[in-house]
Design a protein around this ligand. Structure first.
Ligand SMILES: *Cc1c(COP(=O)(O)O)cnc(C)c1O
Length: 384
């Protein structure tokens, strides 16, 4: 039976529980490194937990079913997933990536992948003519939409047509929207990446990452890589992500509602110069986002009138913690300049608009009036 999204969050594509015959409703944590074989040449299907573990397999099946992929691989972090995906490429290969990406991805590309002989064009995929950057040795396009932290929206389908025309892989980091709001495979992506640490896990309590694909050849290569490089997700962490995903739809809705309320408050606050959120009507980003996603998410970035005000807000909120990360039950305030994007070269950071006046909020699921009251007292208590 083809179930709806919320049902899949709980049961995956069917066998949500009872694998071990106890009827346990919560999927068991198979805390084992290895498995006994009946005899030579026979296996229970599990040999060693670096290759596969039932709890990890369960969370992989759930995530594959939510994204509509044929396979999902669970890694120990989002960066471990992206690192494994980069192993699909060879020295001499060229990739086109968005200039505005999660800082850790930029660091990986510039300091690890480049050393391994892979070259990049870092461009504004939302605005520039991407096709002009396709070279003989280009193998893939790697995007985030909306981007972290400037919230640029890229038309996934349009990029996928360029990718298909030139035989390139389209890799989409779907962390900010989660499959609840955006399903890149339906728009032409070949690989979808998640930091499972964020919305999928949803509770700021564990790290995880996913690489999902709708292509059998890529799935096979990634399966080889996960067992070879050994960065698969541990059984207990797999269980935490399974538990987090069960409430994904209601968390996404509530966090989006809170984000909208914060955006509305910030837009009428005179000390705020700019608010970046794709759900603000009448912008190009809004139109693209509305067409390709079923919501606008709960991430927002804003620019305040001075660095001093930014620093004041970060030390003055009483409820909202000043912390990196996103997508959890707790609303978090982040300062990209010194946190998530600290390792991005300054000129790149400034070019992307990430100045020392820019703050990012990941809306959680608290009472929105408390969040607004907290931000308001932090902003209004500033004396220039
Ligand atoms: C956090 C994040 C990552 C990295 O994931 P980790 O789980 O922290 O390793 C990658 N992409 C995006 C968009 C992120 O927000």
């Amino acid at each position: 039976m083809e179930c709806g999204f919320a049902t899949k969050c709980i049961y995956g594509d069917g066998e949500g529980f009872d694998k071990d015959g106890t009827g346990a409703i919560s999927f068991p944590i198979y805390q084992t490194a290895t498995y006994a074989h009946p005899q030579v040449g026979e296996s229970t299907g599990y040999d060693y937990s670096r290759l596969q573990n039932p709890t990890r397999q369960q969370v992989e099946q759930v995530v594959a079913s939510l994204e509509g992929g044929i396979d999902a691989l669970a890694f120990s972090s989002g960066m471990a997933a992206i690192t494994a995906v980069m192993e699909l490429f060879q020295p001499g290969d060229h990739l086109i990536t968005d200039a505005d990406l999660y800082g850790g991805s930029i660091r990986l590309f510039r300091h690890v992948s480049q050393k391994n002989g892979i070259t990049f064009s870092h461009i504004d995929c939302a605005k520039e003519n991407l096709e002009a950057y396709v070279k003989e040795n280009t193998r893939a396009i790697y995007i985030e939409t909306p981007t972290n932290p400037m919230m640029h929206v890229t038309d996934i389908h349009k990029v996928s047509q360029i990718a298909k025309k030139h035989g390139l892989l389209l890799i989409v980091d779907n962390t900010f929207m989660s499959p609840y709001f955006q399903k890149p495979f339906t728009l032409g992506a070949d690989i979808v990446i998640h930091s499972g640490t964020k919305f999928l896990g949803g509770h700021n309590d564990t790290l995880a990452g996913f690489a999902v694909t709708n292509r059998a050849d890529i799935a096979e290569k990634l399966r080889f890589l996960i067992k070879t490089v050994g960065s698969g997700l541990a059984p207990f962490d797999s269980w935490l992500i399974l538990r987090g995903i069960k409430t994904l739809p209601i968390r996404m809705e509530k966090a989006q509602e809170n984000a909208r309320a914060i955006v509305e408050y910030l837009l009428q606050e005179p000390r705020i110069l700019n608010v970046y959120y794709p759900g603000i009507a009448a912008t190009k980003d809004y139109e693209i986002c509305r067409a390709q996603a079923s919501g606008f998410g709960s991430m927002l970035t804003f620019e305040v009138e001075s660095k001093a005000l930014a620093l004041h807000i970060l030390k003055s909120t009483k409820l909202i913690p000043f912390a990196e990360s996103l997508g959890g039950t707790e609303t978090l305030l982040t300062y990209p300049t010194t946190q998530t994007h600290a390792d991005v070269p300054e000129e790149v950071r400034i070019q992307n608009g990430i100045t020392d006046k820019v703050l990012r909020i990941s809306a959680g699921i608290e009472d929105k009036k408390d969040l607004i009251a907290d931000l308001k007292q932090a902003i209004e208590s500033f004396e220039a």
